[in-house]
Design a protein around this ligand. Structure first.
Ligand code: SAH
Ligand code: DHB
Ligand code: MG
Length: 231
């Protein structure tokens, strides 16, 4: 089946024109630098773009930059004065991403912060800057729950949070797994299910990235109170 999933993704990508020169050259630079081939697929990247665009996002937070592939998709959804802050642990990855953002002409909208995402998130909270409209979580899966929690705190009501790789070929079901990634994703989904600050779902996917999936969480926006004395 994996071959069919791949072929269908390729066909969608061609028919819908999802792989332009900028994205192709970002991937080529990533491969040439020896970075792992784990960026979102072209259709997934376009989904991120569409969601951020539909949300009218002006400030986007990404956790896990790699070579900037998903970051380019997200930054393209921003207005010219919008901002993508993307967090990356590995300075080599950040360097490749920096040059990819430069080549894409989006660098003015993008800020890469190098370091452990948990530290960068704590710094962002301390800075108390404007809340985010959209978050994409795609770094080490072991800290997924902490990332979700931090993203909720850093987001405005009505913001959207996307959490990548929540299925991993069904490994998410392995309750007593010794794999920290599995446990991290399980804790993240448990948090999304019980936290009154969000309404969430999770969707399984197949494609060029195998059998996986993502969770989508909406930061609850309290409904306007009914007018006093209204009848
Ligand atoms: N979002 C990217 C793919 C990210 S891959 C895309 O779709 O194009 C995951 C990235 O998270 C890797 O670059 C890895 O170095 C980074 N990462 C892993 N642990 C991290 C941590 N603790 N803090 C920040 N980044 C981390
Ligand atoms: C891996 C990480 C990802 O973010 C992804 O989308 C696919 C694979 C990995 O670490 O193997
Ligand atoms: Mg991913």
């Amino acid at each position: 089946m994996a071959e069919t999933w791949n072929a269908v993704d390729r066909w969608f990508t061609e028919r819908l024109g999802l792989a332009d020169e900028t994205l192709e050259s970002a991937l080529a630079a990533s491969d040439a630098a020896g970075l792992p081939p784990i960026a979102v697929s072209a259709p997934q990247g376009r989904l991120l773009y569409l969601l951020a665009r539909q949300a009218g996002a002006r400030r986007i937070l990404e956790i896990g930059t790699l070579a900037g592939y998903s970051g380019i998709c997200l930054a393209r959804a921003l207005p010219a004065d919008g901002r993508l802050i993307t967090l990356e642990l590995d300075p080599r990855h950040a360097e490749v991403a920096r040059s990819n953002f430069r080549r894409s002409g989006l660098e003015a909208r993008v800020e890469i912060r190098v370091g452990r995402a948990l530290d960068s998130l704590a710094t962002l909270e301390r800075e108390g800057s404007a809340p985010f409209d959209f978050c994409f979580i795609d770094a080490d899966k072991s800290s997924s729950a902490e990332y979700v929690d931090a993203c909720i705190r850093l987001s405005r009501p009505g913001a959207l949070i996307v959490l990548d790789n929540v299925v991993r070929e069904g490994a998410v079901l392995l309750e007593s797994s010794k794999d920290a990634s599995v446990q991290g994703v399980r804790r993240a989904l448990e948090l999304l299910g019980r936290d009154p600050r969000v309404e969430a779902t999770a969707i399984q996917t197949v494609g060029s990235k195998g059998y996986d999936g993502f969770a989508l969480a909406w930061v609850v926006e309290p409904r306007a109170a009914p007018e006093a004395g209204g009848r």
